[in-house]
Each structure stands twice: as C-alpha cells, then as structure tokens.
Design a protein around this ligand. Sequence first.
Ligand code: TYD
Length: 209
Amino acid sequence: MPRAGGLFVSLEGIDGSGKSTQARRLAEWLRARGRDPVLTREPGGAPGAEEIRRLLVEGDPDRWSPETEILLFTAARRDHLERTIRPALAQGRDVITDRFADSTRVYQGATRGDLRGLVDDIHARVIGIEPDLTLILDMEPEVALTRGLARRSGEDRFEEFGLPFQEKLRDGFRALAAEAPGRCVLIDASQDADSIAGAVATAVAARLG
Ligand code: TYD
C-alpha cells in the first residue's frame, strides 16, 4: 500500500545479521538521491520507547514471558509510531527502521510456543500498519551469533538464548518472506557488505520507481 509521502522500509533478520550497518548505508544512499530519510530502530526510536527498550534487551533471558514481551514490544512500537514514524511519513520523509513488527511475529510469535495469533491480533488493534518494503537479511546463525556476541553490548538478552533459538528465528523470517512476497525481499547477508548494500539499493530503487 504505497503512501503519498515517504517510503516506509524495515530491515529484519537474526541477531548479528548486519541490519544496523545496512540501515545506515541505505539512509546514505537515499540522501545521495536528494531524499531526507529518518533512520530509526526498534525496540526504541522515540524517548519513551527507548526507556521500554532497556527493560527488554538487558538482564536475564527468562526475565519476561513471551506474552509479557509481546505487550512491552507493542507498547514501545505504538510510541515509536505516534512520535516518530507517522509524523515523518506525513511530512513526506522516508522512514528506515532497524526492525519492526516482523521481529515480534518471529521472536515472540514463533520461537517459544505458537503465539502468532496473539501477535497478529494485538498488531491489528494497536499498530495496524505495515512497511511498504521489508528487507530480510538472511544468513547462517552460527556466523551471525559470533559477530553479535563479539560486540558484547550489554544488550545480549536474546542472543543468550543460544544457537537453536537463532536457527528457529532464521526459519521464522524465511517463512515470513514466503508469506508476504509482495512486501518482503530476502537478501543473502553472507555476502560482503558492499554486495548486500547493492541488493538493498536495488530493492528500494524498484519501490521508488
Ligand atoms: P536489536 O537492537 O535490533 O538487536 P541486534 O542489533 O542485536 O539485532 O534488537 C534487540 C533485540 O530485541 C534483538 O535480539 C531482537 C529483539 N526483538 C524482539 O524480540 N521482538 C521485537 O519485536 C523486536 C523489535 C526486537
């Protein structure tokens, strides 16, 4: 559903798949084309949502149940949508977000029991918007996990669930790409960063027309 104003793009993928780097490069690519993108992230992307982020990414892996997580991620997303995403799109600016609702569909909806129905219901009631384009960076969890934990950011709560969890996540993201082929583009993130950036630019250029 293309909007009149800016393009709404999300980047998704397992931990350590290089989304943040590619989100930054995409913002540069758009700026070089005279556009004025807003680069943002989830959980977070607005002051209140960043406070909720800390509750989610720090601490013990078993700190929250999947159901509680769905509510916290959605609370953060609603704030992000109200304060950052909608105002930017309304001004005609592009929005690039490092993660959006697909992360909840996969991390909370498909890894620790089947909670996809709950995720979809809550999404429909309080978020109700999808990106115009979702770039799913796909790669081997083993390689991605090494990169991710090597960073040791203090935000490793999900990475500490371990390799089988990351494998489930990868399958979940690939299934989503197959479920929504009009919105999602699967990108091979095992390539070098320049090749990935090229694939990202090609997908975005096709949407800009
Ligand atoms: P992020 O900052 O993207 O971490 P990374 O750079 O390691 O990929 O996201 C923080 C963590 O939150 C990440 O492990 C994924 C998780 N997450 C969910 O579980 N559900 C969600 O809805 C979102 C947005 C993130």
